[in-house]
Design a protein around this ligand. Structure first.
Ligand code: LLP
Length: 432
């Protein structure tokens, strides 16, 4: 479900006309729907209500403090991967004791900071890291709470750059070695074993790999439960969302409200299917369950608004050159990801044309759509690149010395700026 739909000929986010938001804050501009984030959070939370669980939102998906604040007000925990993300959680009023700290390359400063803030757990990815955390905790005369990240060697059937649960990936510790690493951990005086963690990949659109991975690690967890005072099992994140709705696939009536609502309420993997697949094996394990969803909560909750700068017809192609570039949203360039592109003014005609939608960056990889049939757009038109709420702004860069875009949040019929557009001065700040 998301809250972007046409009303009176214009694209609205909840009760707000997106044209107004673009006029206020300029483009390129990320706009997020608070209602969609909250809806997804509560739907996941209630699907798991008969299980002792904690949602730890994966901050990397969208780390704007306004989004973190929304979630922390619901009681959400956070999955963080850097000291910077911990800092953001604290700045948003989040509880560090509900934070799990993941990542294969934590630094000394990050570990010390997380110990000072008393995070719930370090999700440890190697023996070397375990020994390092033990040493740092000793220096601070404390015990570091940990979970080892198990790599269950399951194929999540997703893009190779976002698959993490195969044995050839850099993540986690192989299933057949984890028990012996727990033994080492148990002997370390400054380590406190608290849980077990796994995460098999991202944008997974089938429930089977999740259930398979849980089933693969269940014997290990039951064995560990006998030996150590385990408090939780974290199943990671990875639930996929809809990027390509049926109405974008060439049907002339794609913009009707009915189609839009139907198309966007059907996730490829519904929260219900996900819960139905993971609940039975998790009940059998009998531990508190942690979940680390990122994309599911924020992906469909955001759009990137961009204005058409020029049209360019060449011998081979028609290019729609927009003011957003790959530096603002890198997913199409990096993962060949599909993002639907719709006009903000609801088109009255149905004249469609085959175009490439490209940005101003000096790279041929700077595109948002290639050879896509879209409704004709003209110079100055405003378009929305859909489902850009996850891994959008957070992956943006200053490449080509382009200032980072602004971000806005809509709640009901109100909207506000939650991050200012960078200025030219920001581009050179810190350089000497
Ligand atoms: N937990 C861990 C340990 C992770 O590594 C990740 C994502 C998550 C949770 C959250 O996964 P999600 O629920 O969002 O799928 N930039 C890529 C996605 C990278 C995902 C990295 N890890 C993209 O734009 O598709």
């Amino acid at each position: 479900m998301h809250s972007f739909r046409y009303q009176d000929g214009k694209l609205y986010c909840e009760g707000v006309d997106l044209e107004r938001v673009a006029e206020n804050y300029g483009t390129p501009l990320y706009v997020y729907s608070a209602g969609t984030v909250l809806d997804h959070y509560h739907r996941l939370d209630s699907a798991l209500s008969d299980l002792d669980h904690l949602i730890c939102y994966a901050v990397k998906a969208n780390s704007n403090r306004a989004i973190l604040k929304l979630l922390s007000e619901q009681g959400s925990g956070f999955d963080i991967v850097s000291g910077g993300e911990l800092f953001r959680v604290l700045a948003a009023g989040g509880d560090p004791q509900l934070c799990t700290f993941a990542g294969v390359g934590k630094s000394q400063e990050e570990i010390e900071y997380a110990l000072d803030q008393r995070v719930l757990s370090f999700n440890v990815e190697s023996e070397a890291e375990l020994a390092y955390i033990d040493r740092i905790a000793r220096g601070k005369k404390t015990r570091a709470p940990i979970a080892l990240r198990v790599n269950p060697d399951v194929d999540a059937g997703t893009h190779k750059y976002v698959s993490t649960g195969r044995s050839e990936n850099k993540f986690g510790i192989a299933l057949d070695r984890v028990a012996s690493v727990y033994e080492q951990a148990a002997r370390m005086p400054n380590i406190l074993i608290r849980g077990v963690q796994m995460h098999i990949g991202s944008q997974i659109t089938d429930a089977a790999p999740f259930a398979e991975a849980i089933e693969k690690v269940t014997p290990l967890i039951l064995e560990l439960k006998e030996r150590y005072a385990l408090e939780f099992f974290s199943v990671g994140g990875g639930i996929g969302i809809v990027y390509e709705s049926s109405f974008a696939s060439g049907r002339g009536d794609w913009w009707s409200e009915k189609d839009r609502v139907e198309a966007t309420t059907t996730l490829p993997l519904t929260i219900h299917d996900y819960a139905a697949a993971i609940l039975p094996p998790l009940r059998a394990i009998g531990l508190r369950v942690l979940l680390e969803p990122g994309r599911l909560l924020v992906g469909n909750a955001g759009v990137l608004l961009t204005r058409v700068r020029y049209l360019k017809q060449t011998e081979h192609k028609k290019f729609v050159i927009v003011d957003a570039g790959m530096n603002d949203l890198i997913r199409p360039a990096l993962y060949q990801s599909y993002h639907e592109i719709v006009p903000v003014r609801e088109p009255r005609g149905s004249s469609r044309e085959l175009v490439d939608v490209v940005g101003p960056v000096c790279e041929s990889g700077d595109f948002f759509a290639q050879d896509r049939e879209l409704l004709a757009m003209k110079q100055g038109d405003l378009a929305a690149i859909m489902s850009a709420g996850a891994y959008g702004f957070v992956m943006a860069s200053n490449y080509n010395s382009r200032p980072l875009p602004a971000e806005a949040l809509v709640r009901g019929d109100r909207f506000s700026l939650i991050r200012q557009r960078q200025t030219m001065e920001d581009l050179v700040r810190g350089e000497c």
